[in-house]
Design a protein around this ligand. Structure first.
Ligand code: LLP
Length: 418
């Protein structure tokens, strides 16, 4: 597990922008896009970055500049993609169980929508007759790095279930909507290409049912990247070769070239991100020393939410002796980044770097314990450093709190404080 950026550069960014700080290496994102593109050899390919992983406008722009479209799940993400300059024709909308108003918003912007519920089809047919849509299916296969990430399994809330396929076929026959795409997303953190094979085969079987109108087959995302030094990544060249061959055969069978769509999130941005945090305290006296950092699961949730391993490096004491530490955050509840972790000696004031902080870091951050969220810096392909988001202030957090107004008293909260 290595840093793509020199430690001295990370330390100087920490010095300049303050801590905690997210730093993203654009070069790593670019290489990941290229590795995916060169592995997928099909008549037409669209990479739709699942921007829920990291949707700061500077990042979305960077990814779009490298030829990717954007997959979104909310009106907010659609607005971000549009503001980043992505044309509506390159944005897809794959929500889950949302109000029909959200579909109306997406359609009003010209964004292609993915649908997996019967009532939405009826509603779309009434309001947007003839609309081209994609249907999302559930392949009923259990795969993913954690039970919470296995969203293509039977009984998950996503996609049209296998026993509903005939009914949906029947229904779409009676509607004016045009089914131009089929979609699935198996889950996240999947390294075993066998599960993908099985799921994609299932989707192709389904696609045959709409062979006359289908233009695109969207395979979702979920491609594994290594989190642990001993972990592996999906073997992208071998995996890509296999699925491309299968896809081309399918196009021959249908008699026309179709577009393959993939929706990676983690694969593009995870390894590009670093979260830099300052050590605020060391507590000795327990079975092993405990290092406190001035951050917590409010800034990075994955270890607490999924028990995820994230590699940590002591940037400011790389030559120190290695000891074992519990590394904990500053929130007022259990807040562990790592337990019993070997790392170069940690002293108060040291700067730790948490790796793989690009995906589902900032986008899952919160203001818990009334803590502002950090700034974000992007290092572009040419090495230029750009602050793409400033740190929040206390005033930002308090902006929506109108205070308690009683007896004509105005707000007791001064949002400008801090
Ligand atoms: N497409 C759809 C429809 C999705 O729901 C997702 C992720 C993706 C693509 C991208 O999946 P990826 O390539 O990033 O694995 N917060 C979790 C991950 C949740 C993924 C949700 N859906 C985590 O931190 O691991």
């Amino acid at each position: 597990m290595h840093l793509a950026l020199p430690p001295a550069q990370l330390l100087s960014l920490a010095d300049k922008h303050g801590l905690p700080l997210f730093v993203y290496d654009g070069g790593t994102i670019t290489r990941q896009i290229e590795s995916l593109r060169s592995a997928l050899d099909v008549p037409a390919l669209e990479i739709h970055y699942a921007c829920k992983a990291l949707n700061t406008i500077g990042i979305v722009k960077h990814i779009h500049n490298h030829g990717c479209g954007i997959d979104t799940v909310s009106p907010g993400e659609i607005v971000i993609a549009l503001q980043a300059g992505v044309p509506a024709s390159e944005i897809s909308f794959t929500p889950s169980g949302v109000l029909t108003e959200e579909y109306a918003f997406a359609i009003s912007k010209g964004v292609h929508v993915h649908v997996d519920q019967f009532h939405v089809l009826d509603w779309l047919d009434i309001h947007y007759p003839g609309l081209e849509i994609t249907l999302r299916f559930n392949p009923a296969i259990q795969a993913g790095g954690h039970s919470k990430l296995q969203v293509g399994s039977d009984g998950s809330k996503f996609g049209i279930m296998s026993h509903q396929v005939d009914a949906i076929k029947e229904k779409t026959r009676s509607l004016s909507l045009r089914i131009t795409g089929v979609h699935m997303h198996l889950g996240s953190d999947i390294g075993d290409s066998g599960s993908f094979d099985q799921a994609y085969e299932y989707l192709l079987t389904i696609a045959r049912q709409w062979a006359d109108t289908i233009q695109r087959i969207d395979l979702g995302g979920g491609f594994k990247i290594p989190y642990h030094p001993q972990d592996h990544s999906i073997d992208m060249p071998a995996f890509g070769h296999k699925i491309s061959q299968r896809f081309r055969r399918f196009c021959e069978e249908i008699g026309r070239p179709l577009t393959m769509v993939v929706e990676p999130g983690k694969y593009l941005v995870s390894a590009a991100g670093y979260l830099l945090m300052e050590v605020s305290a060391i507590r000795d006296g327990g079975s092993i020393p405990m290092a406190f950092v001035s951050s917590g699961f409010n800034h990075f949730l994955r270890p607490m939410n999924y028990g995820a391993y994230h590699h940590l490096i002591n940037l400011s004491n790389p030559e120190g002796d290695v000891h074992h530490y519990d590394i904990v955050g500053y929130l007022c509840e259990t807040d562990n980044f790592a337990s019993n972790r070997p790392i170069h000696e940690i002293r108060r004031g040291d700067i730790l770097c948490l790796m793989n902080a690009g995906a589902y870091g900032y986008t899952m951050a919160s203001n818990y314990n009334t803590r502002p969220r950090p700034a974000e810096v992007l290092i572009a392909d040419d090495g230029r450093t750009q602050l793409i988001r400033r740190a929040e202030s206390f005033a930002d957090i308090m902006q929506t709190d109108l205070g308690y107004v009683a007896d004509g008293l105005s707000s007791p909260v001064d949002p400008k404080a801090g």
